[in-house]
Design a binder for this molecule. Structure first.
Ligand SMILES: Cc1cc2nc3c(=O)[nH]c(=O)nc-3n(C[C@H](O)[C@H](O)[C@H](O)COP(=O)(O)OP(=O)(O)OC[C@H]3O[C@@H](n4cnc5c(N)ncnc54)[C@H](O)[C@@H]3O)c2cc1C
Length: 440
């Protein structure tokens, strides 16, 4: 069997793995006889949760990605390989789309389900699970199993946010939401501390459809963490404006890795970004430009040289946020890591099993992976535990088994349910190996 190199977006993990092609329309499922498999969607998860040492990577393909579309009942049945951008292109002219979509539109629906991703207004939309009506999951020992909140609920709940551990998501039935227009009126406001930003966002989440935030960590200190929040609301009326969205999946990494964003140049880049986003405080923006802010930014991951980045995304209990943020800024001031990006979200949900969901303030920081970054992160791990935070498994490659065990209260339940479903845990990857404390 052929082998090739798979690398995570953050450049933390790289493995030569065997791989096979799995075609949904022509699937030769009997061929799956190896012990360990990892399933690849678009392959853009930051920690590379679609491969691991010793597993055979299943590269999924489908010629016909849309099985049926029922416009009147706002329902679509698709193969999991379909990307958000292909769905956008198909559905927006019908005034339909999905809620809770992540900022990179090249993600596959299978990847969005397995990571139970979130979008640009969690308070209103929750996580991707709210889009999913039912699934067909394939496991070589069990065959095809249909599951939904009413049928095989256990498997349904384990598969959404289960990082591919239950088997191959083979078919997906999705609920669609009405989209009257693809035009948003966007207002930009500024803030001077992260705590102020979270409070503003919490209030505005109810009044706006989508929110973005950005904090300039290159000049932040204990007393000020300046940044901006963009608040988007649908324009009134029913109108789809002409748009162009690229639905080609680009390569995660460029052939040459240059360190630009891990240097002090970031101070200038951030100043420019702040200036460009505050000269005009009111704008009209097309929907996809707003909900997919990372649409053409995959090159970003190649701009840190060979060291790459570590993204640390954490859900902070609201009542502890003020103290957490004070401690965080003390760490950042003393370790002086290079933080290329910082953004904030407010969550209002319920985080069962391994899902990165719950209620709290969600903070994401991108650290250049050098010794200052790693030292800062080690201290941040301690305050995460102290304040009862939860870090996102699909964002931070460094997370240890010990810290995951402490942060995810239902991890034991997840393990035992997966063992019941598949005693050998045949579907593994960088995340699932960690959860089961296996090194391949
Ligand atoms: C630039 C960028 C921006 C991002 N923004 C956000 C954001 O705003 N919000 C957010 O929540 N996330 C965000 N992410 C994370 C990203 O959305 C998720 O990691 C998503 O899972 C990627 O989808 P993929 O198709 O590339 O998945 P892959 O990397 O291919 O796989 C991800 C997981 O899904 C599993 N999987 C894929 N297909 C199947 C299948 N058919 N059956 C079973 N399991 C399957 C894999 O085994 C793996 O565990 C972002 C990532 C990037 C690179």
């Amino acid at each position: 069997m052929a082998k090739k190199k798979f690398t995570s977006a953050d450049l933390f993990s790289s493995e030569y793995c065997q791989y096979i092609r799995y075609d949904f329309t022509n699937s030769s499922v009997e061929g799956l006889s190896n012990i360990n498999y990892s399933i690849k969607g678009s392959g853009t998860s930051i920690v590379g949760s679609f491969f691991s040492k010793g597993s055979t990577v299943i590269e999924t393909h489908s010629k016909d990605e849309v099985i049926s579309l029922d416009i009147d009942n706002k329902e679509i049945v698709v193969r999991p390989t379909i990307t958000l951008s292909s769905l956008y292109e198909l559905l927006i002219p019908q005034h339909l789309f999905l809620g809770s979509v992540p900022s990179y539109p090249g993600a596959s629906i299978g990847g969005c389900i397995a990571a139970n991703v979130h979008g640009q207004n969690h308070v209103k939309e929750g996580c991707f699970t709210n889009n999913v009506k039912s699934l067909v999951v394939y496991h070589p020992d069990k065959g095809f199993i249909e599951c939904s909140p009413n049928k095989n609920k256990n498997l349904f709940d384990l598969t959404i946010g289960g990082y591919g551990a239950t088997g191959i998501i083979h078919e997906v039935r999705l609920n669609l939401i009405d989209i009257k227009t693809n035009i948003l009126n966007v207002k930009t406001i500024t803030f001077s501390t992260l705590f102020e930003a979270f409070q503003l966002m919490e209030k505005e989440s109810y009044h706006y459809d989508y929110l973005h935030s950005w904090c300039d960590m290159s000049i932040a200190n204990r007393t000020k963490q300046p940044g901006l929040i963009s608040l988007g609301r649908y324009e009134s009326g029913i109108k789809v404006e002409k748009y162009k969205i690229n639905n080609q999946i680009s390569k995660v990494h460029m052939p040459i890795l240059i360190n630009v964003f891990g240097t002090r140049l970031m101070i200038t880049v951030n100043k420019l970004y702040y200036f460009l986003n505050t000269i005009r405080r009111h704008k009209k923006i097309l929907l996809h430009d707003f909900i997919f802010p990372s649409r053409s930014n995959l090159f970003y991951f190649s701009m840190f040289g060979k060291k790459g980045i570590i993204e640390h995304q954490v859900l902070i209990p609201k009542k502890k946020a003020r103290n957490y943020l004070e401690d965080l800024m003390v760490i950042i001031e003393s370790a002086s890591p290079s933080v290329s990006l910082c953004h904030l979200k407010v969550f209002s949900g319920d985080g069962s099993l391994l899902r990165f969901d719950g209620s709290g303030y969600c903070l994401a920081l991108h650290f250049y992976n050098d010794s200052s970054g790693i030292n800062a992160l080690k201290e941040i791990d301690k305050i995460d535990l102290h304040y009862g935070c939860k870090a996102n498994l699909i964002k931070d490659s460094r997370l240890s088994v010990g810290s995951i065990d402490k942060q995810y209260s239902e991890i034991g339940l997840f393990r035992s349910k997966i063992h019941n479903h598949d005693p050998l845990v045949k579907f593994r990857n960088n995340i699932i190996n960690k959860v089961f404390n296996k090194n391949g």
